[in-house]
Design a protein around this ligand. Structure first.
Ligand code: CP
Ligand code: NVA
Length: 314
């Protein structure tokens, strides 16, 4: 059974194919509207969500399936039922399951026992649907008719802020796998974790990223500036201290001016304006955040279509 827990779960050819299908699905949302006819997908959330939940719910329905929204609190999971039993039982009813959880191992455990595709809708470790969407959003911007991964090879992407976060991990894995330049700028106390380095090693990937604690140096010649909230879901506790340490990494107009003049600004959202990004940048002409959010819908439909094609043989 093919799942989508990390971007590396699809081959590079499958990713290219997924991006091309995303472009077609964006041009025609009703294309493939009977692909999942008579099927039911579940959405199981342990954390809050706006984009992931709604874009999957709409997208799955647009592919012709029914959707069942579940959450950990209202299922027996909250009373201690094992992931193994939950995965096996839900596989008897459903044809696929999108999960957003805290611990990444919850996803791995579901994937181990489910006989339906499991799709990662974010964990504390990574957010593969988001990073694939982000890549699509950039490629589409560079050439609206031809989304080719090869274009990334000439781009410099800079991630600023909490470089130990799930979004930073997603970019680190993507840069090593798809081979493009990534600079991470953040305080030394939030530098990339051993966990992501372990993942690169286990996938036999050579890291392509560079870490610096100097944001002004990081953004020189940058084609893309990316940031995310400074305090992720489940990471609350030492918020004020963390925000103070991260302050020099705010994406503001003076930092934007140090990048390429045509540099693009991305943010996975939700944003905390005034913290990781200023209003002038997020609402400025270089920001493509709403295309990015919209593209979650098209990209995820394409991911599901790809998994469904790959799983046909099972
Ligand atoms: N970017 C993202 O995953 O947003 P939600 O938390 O609203 O789903
Ligand atoms: N890093 C953020 C991403 C939200 C989409 C979080 O985990 O809360």
């Amino acid at each position: 059974m093919k799942h989508f827990i990390h971007i590396t779960d699809l081959s590079i050819e499958e990713i290219q194919e997924t991006l091309e299908r995303t472009l077609l699905l964006k041009k025609n949302r009703t294309d493939q509207n009977s692909l999942l006819r008579n099927q039911t997908y579940g959405l199981l959330f342990y954390k809050r969500s706006t984009r992931t939940r709604v874009s999957f719910e709409v997208g799955i329905q647009e592919l012709g399936a029914n959707v069942l929204a579940l959450d950990s609190q209202n299922t027996q999971i909250s009373r201690g039922e094992s992931i193994k039993d939950t995965a096996i039982v839900l596989s008897r009813y459903l044809h696929g399951l999108v999960i957003r959880s805290h611990e990444h191992n919850v996803l791995n455990e579901f994937a181990k026992h489910a006989s339906m595709p499991i799709i990662n809708g974010l964990t504390d470790f990574n957010h593969p649907c988001q990073v694939l969407t982000d890549i699509f959003t950039l490629l589409e911007r560079y050439d609206p008719e031809n989304v080719s991964l090869s274009v990334l090879k000439n781009k410099k992407i800079v991630f600023l802020g909490d470089t130990a976060s799930n979004m930073a991990n997603s970019w680190i894995l993507a840069s090593a796998y798809l081979d493009f330049e990534l600079v991470l700028a953040g305080p030394k106390s939030y530098e990339p974790t051993d966990e992501i380095i372990k993942k690169l090693n286990s996938d036999k990937l050579i890291p392509k990223h560079r870490f610096t604690s100097n944001p002004s140096e990081a953004v020189i010649d940058a084609d893309v500036l990316y940031t995310d909230v400074w305090v992720s879901m489940g990471d609350e506790g030492n918020e004020n201290e963390k925000k103070a340490i991260l302050k020099p990494y705010q994406v503001n107009s003076s930092l934007m001016k140090k990048a390429c003049p045509e540099a693009l600004f991305l943010h996975c959202l939700p944003a905390h304006v005034g913290e990781e990004v200023t209003r002038s940048v997020i609402e400025g002409p270089q920001s493509i955040i709403y295309d990015q959010a919209e593209n979650r819908l098209h990209t995820q439909k394409s991911i599901i279509a790809e998994l469904s094609r790959l799983n046909l043989k099972y």
